[in-house]
Write a new protein. Sequence first.
Length: 492
Amino acid sequence: MAKKAELFVCFYEDMERGFGFSYSDKNDFSDFDFDNGVLVEKFEKEIQNTTTGKSSAMATRFVNFADTMKGYIEFLRFFAGLGSFVSDNIGREALSDFLVKNGTVIEERQNQKIFRLPAQKKVDLLKIRELLKSSKIVGREIPQMLLMGIVSSFEHQMSLLAKIIIDNNPKIILTKDKSVSLLEVLEASSLEDVKSRYIEKEVENIFREGTERQIEWFEQKVGISDIRKNHKNIDEFLEVFERRNIYAHNNGIINDIYLSKVSKKIIEKNNLEKGNYIFVDSVYFHNSLDFIIEFGVKLITVCWRKIDPSESGISDSLLSSLCFDLILSGEYRLAKYLVSFARDLRGDRSDIINRIFIVNHASVCKLLSEEKEALSILDSVDWSASAVNFQCCVAAIRGDVMEVTSMMKRIGKNGEISALEYQEWPVFYHVRDDDEFKKTFRSIFGVDYISSAIKKGGIINALGGIAIGVARAKDQPKKSEEAKKILLRSVN
């Protein structure tokens, strides 16, 4: 019997610097760099253009927006579900403990127990009732507070994008009706300081206005076509911001302003009426995150390619990596939105990156059980002259096990696809349970095939399932840092 592959993990902990880890298949950690292995990194990571060797402001903005939002996917969905779970259980446990300690069960009915208590315990019982009311309020408001935080974070990220655009071409904000006072000039330490203050003030003015006006600013200043008309989920995206506004300014009560700015389709679909309280449940919270991430990625990408076409290759590489990472995380619907968008982008693109987008598009459609669309996407391209690794991936999505195993034998042990990639890549989810696939893998690599888990609950699962059944149930494949690195190597 073939031996099972092993993985070694070095856990590192320092009281001052935090903790981190590295992994190896050979138990060799002689070159372990703690600074790179540490889990808590700088909030802003500076990304370089590998061609010029200089920092790329737009690449930095894209990566930090993506990292921030992926963190929200993992953690905030968990906390949104955990809020009501914890608050409900605190109240339930407090009431149950009080009744058991101070009373006696005298009758039981379906879903009911009748307790007898001393009359003097009424005051304490009423305190428990107040605790229950408070816990319900807190449980309800946690998702709302998180939603407000997400919107604020998005606006901050977009303000940083606006600054990059202005820095790239300051003339776009210089008009005859705008001026700088003599006092502001005298208070500044340099001409560059005057410019910096002026830009900051301009950005502040932009983001004091509504979301639609902000979008118009990007369209006008960057010279891009109407984003709203070309964005399928624009109404849902804008509604998230209006919902944030009524939480911030009207305690969650629907008013005329909200109804005038939200699309009639959304109002009618959700039976929204003036004077009603509007909730944020787990489904809404999940969808709102998708809408915000999708629009933010699209806006940054379109602006980036417009102001610096020379970096379109870097943009493609980072967008491809993000889509792949979302598929690994089980965020299939969001990944499909973005990979479809990526394929529609104009401009020069290498054949390799183009085919990577096509493969990932077909793969995520298959994972969404949209098999006809997946096959249609694959059939739109001639794969006969493609590299063997592409042909193997295409065969896997089609579910053609015999073709996949034939390609695996051609690729061999040290070829274009490694053992780890067969185990981690989502394209192989479609064939990896087949005995012939496992047998071929074992004959090539000399170890048993151990697949990565598709059904993972992200941070919820990692924390021991504390909110199982409360937070939104979701299938998520295990993330693979190595797989992400492999994908980036394949397109650079």
